[in-house]
Design a protein around this ligand. Sequence first.
Ligand code: SAH
Length: 217
Amino acid sequence: MNQEDSYKHKGMRKQLIAELRKDERIKNEAIFEAFEKVPRHFFLDLAFVEQAYSNIAFQIGAGQTISHPITVAFQTQLLEVKKGDKILEIGTGSGFQCCILCEMGAKVFSVERQKELFVRAKSLIHEMGYTPRLIFGDGYKGMPAFAPFDKIIVTCGAPDVPASLLEQLKVGGIMVIPVGEGKEQIMHKIVKVSDSEFQSEDFGTFKFVPMLERTAR
Ligand code: SAH
């Protein structure tokens, strides 16, 4: 890992956390602690890789391809992460969100459809000492071999809620997913009440790169 975490970086992280604390929606103290421990700048060159391959990057603006810190914090808040939770992430991307969840004590399974991002995120995440299960594949399928999950977090904009992911959620489990076909999506928190019943709540508008079908090499 060709990365340095200097006092300057640590100071910048403290500033970022102070900003996040101003947002009253973020209440879970463990989220701030995880943000303090995971050096966000390690992941930034991976975000540029994604901009390089994605022709939609210019539409959503520079810096949007690694989810904005407040978006990571907010999705994590909605997910009600507890130590030992088995969490499926769709869209490993840079790996930053995945590391935040690992730092909070979750057992993370993360799927990425872009080969180059998958390879780079995997080596960075492992060099940082985290041990999630990382898979190159199509998130629309979820990970049936490891289901059911306590929580599912989708970090790309889904045209609708994939039925396979609802199936792979435990009863009592939570899925956080931005839903919408255009440039903007509505954040949904879905609770699986029983095998066939779901409760969904909306949490405002966000901008994500789209959830695409099949893998890309
Ligand atoms: N959680 C990431 C966010 C990355 S952006 C982070 O912390 O950086 C969303 C990612 O979802 C992109 O890397 C994109 O390639 C990926 N993606 C889009 N559709 C997907 C699918 N069907 N399966 C898996 N990953 C997908």
